[in-house]
Design a protein around this ligand. Structure first.
Ligand code: C2R
Length: 187
């Protein structure tokens, strides 16, 4: 490696990062992971997104995971599909909380991703969310909740969010009741 490239790498690994780091096993995972990013954006939480693979670029994963905490990262989201080992390998190299996002695949909707991510051996936790859009969104929200432990302003926004959920359910119920009444009248 050229000295210039080495020094660029060193600068990269010591630069301060936003509190949430998202890693994807492949660029092809991005559309399935975007809901996590949208959730972070809703709460104004900063993030990075990078592609790295425990299988294809194991050194990059080790370097990233073992330096993430000292670079200011507080929570890591790791998304991968199929033989999804990325989250577990990241967790092996850090004491930061790692949230795994199992990416849907053609095999039973992503059951392969889910099981290879969620079935971690004891001692190496990965908080795995569900497969699909809801799972990715929950990964983002869970990261916000972790950050909110030390951030009263974020706690306040989370409570407002909870209240908005109640309002949403109430208005959906009202819409359903109106449809049911129309149906009764038409009988
Ligand atoms: P490609 O589309 O690049 O062939 O990747 C990726 O997350 C993706 O879902 C196909 C799938 O392979 C997954 N992959 C992993 C890992 N690295 C890549 N599961 C890993 O390290 O766990």
């Amino acid at each position: 490696m050229q000295e210039r490239e080495r020094s660029k790498d060193r600068q990269k690994s010591t630069a301060t990062l936003p509190p949430v780091a998202i890693v994807l096993g492949s660029e092809s995972d991005w559309p399935k992971v975007e809901p996590a990013v949208l959730a972070l954006e809703e709460f104004g939480v900063g993030y990075t997104v990078s592609v790295m693979s425990a299988h294809r670029s194991p050194e990059l994963v080790r370097e990233f995971a073992s330096t993430a905490a000292e670079r200011g990262v507080k929570v890591i989201l790791a998304a991968a599909g199929g033989a999804a080992h990325l989250a577990g390998v990241v967790a092996a190299h850090t004491i930061l909380p790692v949230i795994g996002i199992p990416v849907p695949t053609d095999l039973a909707g992503g059951l392969d991703s889910l099981l290879s991510m969620v079935q971690m051996p004891g001692d190496v936790p990965v908080a795995t969310v569900g497969v699909g859009i809801g799972g990715a969104r929950n990964a983002g929200l869970l990261a916000v909740e972790i950050l909110a432990l030390n951030d009263p302003a974020l706690q306040k926004r989370l409570w407002q969010f909870k209240e908005s959920l109640v309002e949403k359910v109430k208005s959906k119920d009202a819409a359903l009741q109106a449809r049911l009444e129309d149906r009764m009248r038409a009988r």
